[in-house]
Design a binder for this molecule. Structure first.
Ligand SMILES: *Cc1c(COP(=O)(O)O)cnc(C)c1O
Length: 368
């Protein structure tokens, strides 16, 4: 553990987030823990182990490297790859008992043409109900049904899933669109009901809260709310769900800057009076967004210290004129429960998801 720039991740809070979220679901609904992108920056193996302790045996990732890492670290149960796996890796899917999403007919044809024995390959067919990202077109019901049946004959088809694209937005148009997506998915799933597929699912974090009374509600794919953040900033999360992550750094230098001097690259900040300035050894190479230049702030003993000038690759400067008794090595918060990734995202016109996924690998992860 290097105390330069690090994350403190509270696994008990992750468990709490899961348990509280679970109370909002129908009793028979199970949670699939979405641990793609290194568990949204929280560390996929640690989060998956933590969820396994909570009794979860369904996991989702975005690619085969993530899936194999979980298996090599003793994660049991189903691991579903939600996105693309190169055909050259199909053997590894079977070797590690990983379930692949089928993205399209063309993708399935490529798997077939690989001339491998794929009878035991586990797959789930993606169904496109309006997002236009991956999956068979739910509007083309006859072809979609045929495609599902064809795949079921050739390999071990275990399920179907679709993805909701505005389940987090609480206005009439979005609600109507989401209901329509769910309806389309039901029609496709019903058309192949005789296949008795084990996993038929359509809900993400947001959908699990607002649309969990739908017919195919046996699984919620829980991502962002597991980590205590909001799908959309306007959402209100159930009481007790909080971000489990604090991002900390230290003060590496303190100095006096005189009226008229400038700070950092491009000289974009000009001191209008004498001030006390501190340097922080974290930068955009750590995933600390450069658009926070002259805009964001850090928290020192509960007080905000504004960022001065541009974020550098490995360092940035802050105004500590109003902070008493500060010395080199003191800990500061870049993110904490009062100013979390969702709050920072508001300043950057993005979403909390992007902030946490962008935190760099050279930022140490500390678990408690
Ligand atoms: C990322 C993802 C999820 C999780 O979404 P959250 O909004 O983080 O809950 C669920 N399903 C699919 C297909 C995804 O890609």
């Amino acid at each position: 553990m290097v105390h330069r720039s690090w994350l403190e991740i509270d696994l008990n809070q992750i468990k709490k987030n899961y348990q509280i979220y679970k109370t909002q679901l129908p009793t028979n609904t199970k949670v699939m823990a979405v641990v793609k992108a290194d568990a949204y920056g929280h560390g996929d193996v640690n989060i998956a182990e933590c969820m396994q302790q909570c009794g979860i045996d369904l996991f989702a990732v975005s690619n085969i490297e993530e899936a194999i890492r979980l298996r090599l670290n003793n994660i049991k149960g189903e691991i579903l790859i939600l996105g693309y796996t190169p055909i050259s890796c199909i053997n590894d899917l079977m070797k590690y008992d990983i379930t692949q999403a089928i993205l399209s007919n063309e993708y399935f044809e490529e798997i077939l043409n690989s001339n491998l024995d794929i009878t035991h390959l586990k797959c789930q067919y993606a169904i496109d109900t309006g997002m236009n990202r991956i999956g068979l077109d739910a509007d083309d019901l006859l072809n979609t049904e045929q495609s599902i049946r064809f795949v079921a004959k050739n390999l071990n088809l275990t399920g179907l899933f679709t993805h909701l694209c505005v389940a987090d937005t609480d206005n009439e148009k979005c609600i109507a669109f989401t209901k329509e997506q769910i309806k389309k998915f039901e029609i496709v799933a019903d058309s192949v009901a005789d296949l008795k597929l084990k996993y038929i699912h359509c809900l993400n974090s947001a959908g699990g809260l607002s649309y969990n009374n739908c017919k195919y509600n046996s699984i919620v794919r829980l991502g962002i709310i597991l980590y205590g953040l909001k799908p959309d900033y306007s959402n209100v999360l159930p009481d007790g769900i909080h971000s489990a992550l604090s991002w900390k750094s230290v003060i590496s230098m303190i100095k006096d800057v005189h009226k008229g001097e400038t700070i950092g690259y491009g000289r974009t900040f000009i001191a209008e009076q004498d001030m006390k300035v501190a340097t922080v050894p974290t930068g955009y190479a750590d995933g600390y967004n450069r658009l926070l230049s002259n805009k964001g702030h850090v928290i020192i003993n509960g007080k905000n210290a504004p960022i001065l000038g541009r974020i550098c690759m490995d360092q940035f400067m802050i105004d500590v004129s109003n902070i008493e008794n500060l010395k080199i090595g003191d800990e500061i918060d870049l993110l904490n429960t009062n100013y979390n990734a969702d709050d920072m995202a508001q300043e950057l016109n993005t979403i909390g998801y992007e902030i946490i996924c962008d935190i760099g690998r050279r930022v140490s992860r500390l678990y408690k």
